[in-house]
Design a protein around this ligand. Structure first.
Ligand code: 13P
Ligand code: SF4
Length: 343
């Protein structure tokens, strides 16, 4: 394809979202990336939170953490360029260790992944011996290596349901833990004293950890209420990293891809997305006839690190290679593979 061809495709998809003047610059970058990608036998994976011009031009696969995890595991390309944050690129390396995995920015972190380390999980296992450990995919490899199961927003409920134990450790997102506990009928405890107190109603116990997503933590029930007043028939979709009371107030909760599908497959008067705001642009691009109510002050600063400029530099310089030490990788792979078998 030529720069002109890339520009025409982007204009077709993004005419209501990105000004043409900007699309011209982005098309040049995307065209250079597409050429280098072929030369280097690379595959590009793009998370749903990527900015619209990147999302709609260079990735071979787009999706949520679970879908990209599966795509990373089965690719035969020599190099995987992961347009997402570091824990996602690490997961690709864990599942497909023979490949070179590159991330466009070394600074693409995640507040949830930063909230817990391997020592914290070892300490939880010491305090609660024999209790199975589930870690959210938004964690680094050494944390996954300490776990029995990994999970994503798309399968956390199924993974916890599959475990036959009265008590389960679930880290690090305290809101996701509360939302999963609510869904499967467990009680959420945060301290050993709470765990020691038997549940009066016989419910099983989920032991949480005080990690939060700095983006989803910002949404409040008042945001939902005021949107409903202003746009009476609005359908409110929330990511399960939101506070439990926000999930309760919303009409639907699901992974980023589940939210995308819900907009595509329904016909509401308007939609409010309680998640990272670039995804709203990508949804508008694919559903131009639908009305999205935007809360656009909420952009993930880590996902924002990944740009077309950085992606081009990554391919040119083969830089920011992900390395996971083999003993950690094999243990982390076990928890991810167990998740893939359950879900
Ligand atoms: P998904 O797995 O739903 O794409 O979520 C990833 C994430 O980081 C959400 O903030
Ligand atoms: Fe992490 Fe939240 Fe950003 Fe997702 S949106 S990558 S959970 S900080």
């Amino acid at each position: 394809m030529s720069v002109r061809g890339v520009f025409d495709e982007l204009k077709d998809k993004l005419r209501d979202v990105v000004p043409e003047a900007e699309l011209r610059i982005k098309a040049e970058l995307a065209d250079a990336i597409l050429r280098l990608k072929r030369e280097r036998n690379a595959v590009i994976l793009g998370h749903n939170y990527m900015e619209p011009a990147l999302f709609h031009s260079v990735p071979d696969y787009t999706g949520d953490s679970l879908e990209l995890c599966r795509a990373a595991a089965r690719t035969s390309a020599e190099t995987i360029v992961f347009c997402g944050v570091r824990f996602m690129a690490e997961t690709a390396k864990i599942l497909n260790p023979a490949k070179t995995v590159l991330i466009p920015s070394p600074d693409a972190g995640c507040s949830l992944a930063a909230s817990i380390d391997a020592g914290d999980v070892r300490e939880l296992k010491r305090r609660f011996p024999g209790v199975p450990v589930v870690v959210y995919i938004n964690t680094y490899a050494d944390v996954k290596a300490e776990a029995d199961y990994c999970c994503t927003s798309g399968n956390a409920v199924d993974v916890v349901r599959s475990i036959e134990s009265d008590t389960v450790i679930f880290v690090p997102d305290e809101y996701l833990a509360a939302n999963v506990a609510g869904e499967v009928g467990m009680r959420l405890c945060r301290t050993p004293a709470e765990v020691d107190r038997p549940a009066s109603d016989g419910r099983r116990t989920l032991i949480g950890w005080p990690g939060r997503c700095e983006v989803h933590d910002r949404f409040r029930v008042q945001d939902v209420e005021s949107a409903r007043r202003q746009f009476p028939d609005v359908l409110v979709l929330a990511h399960p990293e939101c506070r439990p009371e926000v999930i309760e107030a919303a009409d639907f909760a699901g992974s980023t891809s589940a939210m995308i599908r819900r907009v595509r497959d329904t016909d509401a008067a308007s939609y409010l997305l309680l998640t990272e705001c670039s995804m709203g642009d990508n949804i508008i691009a694919e559903n131009p006839q639908k009305k999205l109510v935007r809360i656009c002050s909420v952009r993930c600063p880590h996902m924002n690190e990944i740009t077309l400029e950085q992606t081009l530099a990554t391919l040119e310089k083969k830089r920011y290679e992900i390395d996971v030490p083999e003993p950690i990788r094999t243990r982390a792979a076990r928890s991810i593979e167990r998740m893939l078998t359950v879900a």
